[in-house]
Write a protein that binds this ligand. Sequence first.
Ligand SMILES: *Cc1c(COP(=O)(O)O)cnc(C)c1O
Length: 424
Amino acid sequence: MEIETKCIQSGYKPKNGDPRVMPIVQSTTYKYDSADYMGKLFDLEAEGYFYTRLANPTCGYVEEKIADLEGGSGAMLTSAGQAATLCAVMTIAEAGDHIICSSAVYGGTFNLLGVTLKKFGIDTTFVNPDDDYDTLAKAFKDNTKAVLGETISNPSLDVLDIEKFAKLAHDHKVPLIVDNTFATPILCRPLEFGADIIIHSTSKYMDGHAAALGGVIVDGGKFDWAASGKFPSFTTTDESYHGVVYAKDFGNQAFITKARAQLMRDLGVTPAPMNAFLLNTGLETLHLRMPRHCENALAVAEFLEKDSRVSWVNYPGLKSSKYRELVDKYLPNGTSGVVSFGIKGGRETAVKFLDALKLAAIVTHVADARTCALHPASTTHRQMTDEQLIECGVSPDLVRFSVGIENAKDIIADLDQALDAANA
Ligand SMILES: *Cc1c(COP(=O)(O)O)cnc(C)c1O
């Protein structure tokens, strides 16, 4: 099936007499006729649900759909994107291990790895994703267990050379994790370029309506944990889970099964079935919304690029973008809906501009149907020092503008009047 059809048809498949629309299974638990059968469920020997913290039919249908959209072997929904990143990293790495991460990642990821997981003994080196192979290879250590980057980074909009990162990771026998939140599987499927694990904040385009927080991890199913020799937690018995050996017992679902059995069990970062239902409704129109986001964002970026009140514009879809070649390769159908730009006059003028917007709302969010704007230096990134800001590609005058699916003329008219007001 083509991706558009998968958006609608993958996942829930009603049988004779079943509800046409995916039901919301609002139940924490499930009834069985014998203790013996339930015992088999706990040993992962029988198929079935036993407690919604670990799995739920509604969430399961949506997991199937997203795995299908990304071309993976399985998926696990989480309560938020942050939980997806946390579980993806912690399924692979433990205290004493090391991660390599692009410095151009979401602020929450930067903090999770750089501060919180560091306290738990997992160390991260942040690298400039645009560096060449040899420079990046120097960041690897004996205890490096994974590499992480974002297809299109939030908010700096750097485009990841996925094949370069996959080669780096694989040459060092570790997996590549790609956060594909901004691109979505409609614009790019990183597994096709060698990535091993995909994570998303589904709170963004996938839900698309800013209605429900969520995250998802997709297992690419191709990384050979046993052959690598670096992952004893995949190749030796898990005494905490009935003696299973993930790499041996679960084939191409070793990673996602381990994530669920160990981390969903222990951390409880479970999505609500209602949120999975909302996410599924969003996914049904993802293939229609993404092209409009791309089209509108390109129109906005081209308008800003010509405007004398604007000092710089960053949109990977612009002809002038330094990522032209990577865009042609990885994102030929568009580069998503987020544009960032600098306003002449710096920090102060940027704040005035935001206050003057009428159609675009000031919100701590991006990537939904409604146009919105944010000034990271005074909000999401305010805990960072100036050096850290510049290191992750966020200058003090940067406005992050998330272009919605309204008519582009109205969005541009709003920008125009707000730029006037900021300069009055
Ligand atoms: C928003 C975001 C996250 C975090 O997701 P939440 O759903 O807010 O927890 C992670 N990565 C990227 C790229 C994001 O944009």
